[in-house]
Design a protein around this ligand. Structure first.
Ligand SMILES: Nc1nc2c(ncn2[C@@H]2O[C@H](COP(=O)(O)OP(=O)(O)OP(=O)(O)O)[C@@H](O)[C@H]2O)c(=O)[nH]1
Length: 348
């Protein structure tokens, strides 16, 4: 179970019931006549949800200047309770002064402030409306309740419990912020110790600037060299492509087109191209001769359709042979077919 200590400072005009309210909250009892010319500190442990809160309440003696608050007290306290009497307009004005004084004293941090309008049981003597109390509280971001220390402990207890809950949260947030700041401070000190020793920029800013300049120049040099490399590579590729083109031209002029196709293109495309290309390469004389031979065979009537197919097949074979053997095949094949023509002529 966690334990925290909250310091609460009670402020207000004379005889508004500061002591009566404080004692009511801490002891649940009402003391009708409480006289003291000195400040009192009350200590108590209050249970809130899952935790206990140690509360120190400083009941101030407001005989001299009730509208002012000493700086050391402001520093001491975590939370402030400002009490006025609903039966006293002047006590309400002093409450306003105190709120403003607190705002000025601790501008950097949020101050939990509870504004209490006491003596609610004396409604017939009311000088300050409940709306005025609400407005003042809203204006300065305070909690606000009207209570009666004389009438019941409940109203006082409700007001204090709600206020202490808020005060405790604010206190915890403040403590966490302090821890974070201190840890950040120690980390930054360590980093400063680590890098401060080795950092040349702190010692010699001129040297650091020169190092950056050289680094920039080297980076530019690298970029220029890279661009030159790319330019040379591009020029070489152009040269290579030009010489390759020349080579192709010279080889095509020497009639070696079939040989060029094989290594340059993939095998499949060449295989596809070869049978389509070969018939168109046959000279017209071969076609004429082929037609004539076919006509002669049909006229002769010798040989069936199978023979005709064979003849055609053999002719295709011979065409392929011609392609591979050149002039030798062309002469030989032509000569082999000519005797048959002669035979036809003789028969006819
Ligand atoms: N009717 C009524 N009387 C109250 C109430 N609270 C306090 N009193 C009376 O008001 C008078 C002043 O009460 P204190 O508690 O002494 O007020 P204080 O602000 O502490 O006084 P100083 O410290 O002398 O400035 C006492 O006679 C209380 O009995 C209340 O809620 N209702």
């Amino acid at each position: 179970m966690r334990m925290t200590t909250l310091r609460v400072l009670i402020l207000g005009d004379h005889k508004v019931g500061k002591s009566a309210v404080t004692v009511r909250f801490l002891t649940k009892r009402f003391i009708g006549e409480y006289y003291s010319s000195i400040d009192h500190v009350y200590r108590s442990s209050i249970r809130q949800e899952d935790s206990m809160t140690d509360v120190e309440v400083l009941d101030t003696c407001s005989k001299t200047s009730p509208g002012k608050v000493e700086e050391n007290r402001v520093t001491w306290a975590d939370a402030f309770v400002i009490i006025y009497s609903i039966c006293s307009r002047s006590s309400f004005s002093i409450a306003r002064e105190l709120i403003l004084a607190l705002s000025k004293a601790r501008t950097s941090t949020y101050l939990p402030v509870l504004l209490l309008g006491n003596m609610r049981d004396l409604e017939h003597r009311r000088e300050v409306g409940v709306e005025e109390g609400h407005e003042l509280a809203l204006e300065h971001g305070c909690q606000y309740y009207e209570v009666s220390a004389a009438d019941s402990a409940l109203s006082v207890s409700v007001a204090f419990q709600a206020f202490l809950r808020e005060a405790r949260i604010v206190q915890q947030q403040r403590a966490a912020l302090k821890r974070r700041r201190s840890s950040l401070g120690s980390v930054s000190k360590k980093l400063g110790a680590m890098f401060g020793k080795n950092s040349s920029s702190n010692k010699d800013p001129g040297l650091d600037a020169e190092r950056r300049r050289l680094s920039f120049t080297n980076a530019n040099k690298d970029l220029s060299a890279d661009a030159e490399r790319r330019r040379l590579s591009f020029a070489n590729s152009i040269k290579e492509s030009t010489s390759d083109s020349d080579r192709r031209k010279s080889s095509s002029s020497s009639g070696d087109s079939d040989k060029r196709k094989a290594p340059s293109a993939n095998g499949d495309s060449d295989k596809r191209r070869t049978p389509l290309a070969s018939p168109s390469k046959d000279p017209p004389a071969w076609d004429a001769e082929r037609r004539r031979s076919s006509f002669a065979t049909s006229k002769d009537g010798s040989g069936d359709s199978t023979d005709k197919r064979k003849s055609k097949d053999s002719h295709v074979d011979s065409t392929d042979k011609r392609k591979s053997n050149g002039s030798k095949d062309s002469n030989g094949d032509l000569d082999r077919r000519r005797p048959s023509l002669d035979t036809v002529d003789k028969k006819s």
